[in-house]
Every structure is written in C-alpha cells, then in structure tokens.
Ligand binder design. Structure first.
Ligand SMILES: [Mg+2]
Length: 381
C-alpha cells in the first residue's frame, strides 16, 4: 500500500479557439501530468501547466523537479499520510510551484480514491450541491448521458473568457457565450490601451445586462493608462464587476496607486503567487480581491490558506487557473466546492479544449463546471 511509483506524462491538446491575452497567444494546452501510484495499483493525477509567459513554468523543468527532487522523497511513504506528504512536496525544491501543485493534487486525488470519495468531499464539500439536479437534467436533455449515476456531481459556477480582439468580434463572442449559458464574462484587455474602452463598451452593449462583465488586463496597462480607462468605464456607467491585474506584476506601488484612484474593485492575479505576496498586497492595500491559482501557489493547502487570509483581511476571493486541462481544472473546481469564493471563480480553461486528452473528469454544462460523483477527480489516462 505505500507509494510505489511516480510517473510523468507530457500532453498537448489543441484549443477550439485561440486564447489571446496581453501576454501571449495560445492555441494548445501543454501540461505535464503527474501520476502517483500506490502498491495496490491505484493512481492519483495532478497537472503542471506550461506557462512560459506568466510563471515561467515549463514541462522540462517541471518534469525534472518531479522526477529528480520531489518524487524520490515520496516513494515508500504511506499515501494516507496526506498532510505530511504535502509538506515534503512543499519543501522539496525552491520555486517550481506548478510541479509542486501537480504532485500535491495527485496525492490528494490518490487519497480520495483510496477512500472511495470524490476530491471535493475529501476537501470538505457536500456530496452533491443543490444545483446539480437541474444542471444534470439540462445536460441529459442535451443527450450527453448525464442526469443519473456518473452525470451527478458537485456543480461550481464559472466565468468564461473572451480572448483579446477587435470590439465587433468581442461583442459577437459575448452574445455567443451568453447564449451558451455563461452568466459571467471575463474580457481580456490590455493589448492596446487606446482601443480598450471601446472594446469594453461593445461587450457591455452586446450582453445588455444578461451577464456580468469583468476585465483582465494581464499587466498590459501603465498605472496612468489604467486610471484613465477605469475611470472612463465609471463615467460611462458601464457595469464592470472588477478589473484584474491592470499593471505589471512586480509594481505593487503602481497597483496600489490605481486601486486608490478608481471606484471599480481591483483584483491581484500575477502580483500574488504565495502567502508572502498576499501579505504584501494586504499591507499596502494594493488590491480589493485576489485570484488564487494552484500553479502559482503550489498546492491545495496553500491555496486554502490564501483564501482564508484574504477573507480575514476583507479582500474578495476568486480561484482561477492557467490554460490547463481537466486535471488542473478539476482540482481548482474541487477547491471552490469546498471553500466557496466571494465572486464567481475563473474555471473555464478546460472548456477551451477541442477534446479532452483524458478519460472522465469535469464537464461544462450551462456556464457551470460539473465535477463527477466518482472517486478522486474521476480521471484516467
Ligand atoms: Mg488573470
């Protein structure tokens, strides 16, 4: 029953639509899958997404961290000694948060499978959430086989991203996403400060109140541009929920400067990886909300602590992800199921895949993530 082996698998899965932000243009999800195997032959899975432009995490580096440093420390250990195992992962190397998160999630997935319960239950969520029955019924009506048995599960709301683009195309995409059932749209801006206000106006006009609109500039504005654009949004009365990461990640003074001069709430994303970063944002009153991601902070335990720390200081919370597949998204959605965030979370990344590279796992139904009611993440190779 001890941990017998740790394997890694590289995968690349195409997107149905290019994902464009001020930092990058992606046409595929490229991730390292980590598999932790016990001596009974049960496997748990975790995912380390490759994100050169945001975290610098890459498959070769994550693979080396898992195979050479983290994995050997876990072989032979009791897989049910979960917290101690995760502490070993956290201390095995400096940095490499994506690799650590992948092993941490795989350990949680394996522990949940050994107990025969879904990952959200292991984290403390109820078995089935109230909205499940209607989502499952809708999905059954769509003919995808849900509605009973494996179609049941925990439901978590998500936003959906509109990739950066021209105003007219953004308006059309916004209407499509609302028609598909999404009720929160996240618009990628920051590629061109001069045109951003027109883009935001086009999306707000297109949805006409049928969905919430939030923005993510991905560090694309200077503090001066951010203040001008965000105050322009307020002056026009456009209903924007919040603006994520308006300025450079390391420019906390700039982030605080913007936050103090606009009415629309500001969310820190790339500025906050781990606990020390969040403490600094709190200390400087640099943001109103924080976006917590496993691939930035290194695991489910740290992510939970970030959420609690933010709440305890009056900051709003959101859980997001990198462009990653059903394993990483399943873990992030399981975290939200157990520890609800103050705003609808940002869990759409796996929706962008043209097809899943794996068996089972979460599905997207009517603007929600439905996690399977099967042990662990419910995913197999
Ligand atoms: Mg972001």
């Amino acid at each position: 029953m001890p941990i017998a082996a740790i394997r890694t698998h590289r995968f690349s899965a195409p997107l149905h639509t290019p994902f464009v932000t001020s930092l990058r243009r992606a046409t595929s999800v490229d991730s390292l899958l980590v598999e932790v195997i016990d001596s009974d032959g049960r496997s748990g899975f975790g995912e380390a997404p490759q994100v050169w432009a945001v975290t610098g995490a890459n498959m070769a580096g994550s693979q080396a961290a898992v195979e050479e440093m983290i994995g050997p420390r876990l072989i032979g250990r009791d897989p049910d000694d979960l917290n101690a195992n995760c502490a070993i992962v956290a201390k095995a190397v400096v940095g490499n948060e994506a690799a650590k998160a992948a092993v941490d999630v795989a350990l949680h997935d394996l522990a949940a499978r050994r107990l025969g319960i879904p990952l959200p239950r292991l984290l403390g969520a109820p078995a089935i959430t109230a909205a499940t029955s209607s989502a499952a019924a809708n999905s059954a009506a769509d003919g995808d086989g849900a509605g009973a048995g494996p179609g049941r599960g925990v439901v978590v709301a998500t936003d959906v991203t509109l990739a950066a683009g021209a105003a007219e195309a953004l308006g059309a995409a916004a209407k499509e996403r609302v028609a598909e059932g999404f009720r929160v749209l996240k618009v990628k801006v920051g590629t061109d400060a001069e045109g951003d206000l027109a883009r935001i106006r086009a999306v707000c006009d297109a949805v006409g109140g049928a969905a919430k609109v939030r923005l993510d500039a991905n560090q694309g504005w200077t503090p001066r541009e951010a203040i001008r654009i965000i105050n322009g949004i307020s002056e026009e009365g456009l209903p924007v929920e919040f603006v994520e990461q308006p300025v450079a990640a390391k420019d906390l003074d700039g982030l605080a400067h913007v936050s103090q001069r606009v009415d629309i709430p500001i969310m820190a994303d790339e500025s906050v990886f781990g606990l020390r970063d969040l403490v600094e944002v709190i200390r400087r009153r640099a943001a109103d909300l924080v976006n917590v991601k496993l691939a930035k902070c290194g695991g489910l335990g740290v992510a939970r602590t970030l959420l609690v720390l933010a709440e305890s200081h009056g900051l709003g919370t959101c859980v997001g992800s990198m462009m990653e597949g059903p394993v990483g998204l399943g873990a992030a959605a399981s975290l939200v199921a157990a520890y609800p965030t103050s705003v609808v979370s940002d869990l759409d990344a796996a929706w962008w895949l043209s097809e899943s590279p794996l068996q089972g796992g979460l599905r997207y139904i009517n603007g929600t993530v439905v996690l399977p009611d099967t042990p662990g993440l419910g995913i197999d190779l």
